[in-house]
Design a protein around this ligand. Structure first.
Ligand code: ZN
Length: 120
């Protein structure tokens, strides 16, 4: 399973993108009923006819670190180093669309990215 298939291409976009959401309004976690405030990161899951929000701990995202969209270079490197990344989207009432606000990546990947971009 853990074959090293890291060719030097970044193009292996066959996996589906993981997407999570930063809340644009207060809500509650569907699983643990925790109160969630604007800006909290949740995973949305579609059930039969409803959308359920899961808080970071219920969605097992606690271990991941948010990289804001301002740090393009760190985002790119962290995406490269992290085995799993999530794109974080937030609904914009102004623009009536989802805006990308950052990514979630493994902390060590973010650390590595920061180290590397500091050196460059
Ligand atoms: Zn929860």
């Amino acid at each position: 399973m853990a074959d090293d298939e890291h060719a030097n291409t970044e193009n292996k976009k066959t996996e589906k993108k993981n997407t999570v959401f930063a809340l644009s309004r207060a809500s509650r976690c569907h699983a643990c009923d925790k109160k969630l405030v604007r800006g909290d990161i949740v995973k949305l899951e579609n059930s039969k006819d409803d959308t359920e929000a899961l808080c970071r701990s219920c969605a097992q995202l606690d271990a991941y670190q948010l990289v804001g969209k301002g740090s393009a270079k760190i985002t790119r490197l962290a995406t490269k180093y992290s085995k799993v990344t999530y794109v974080v989207l937030q609904w914009s009432d102004t623009w009536k669309c989802y805006e990308r606000v950052g990514i979630l990546a493994e902390p060590q990947a973010v650390h590595q990215a920061e180290k590397e971009s500091g050196k460059a």
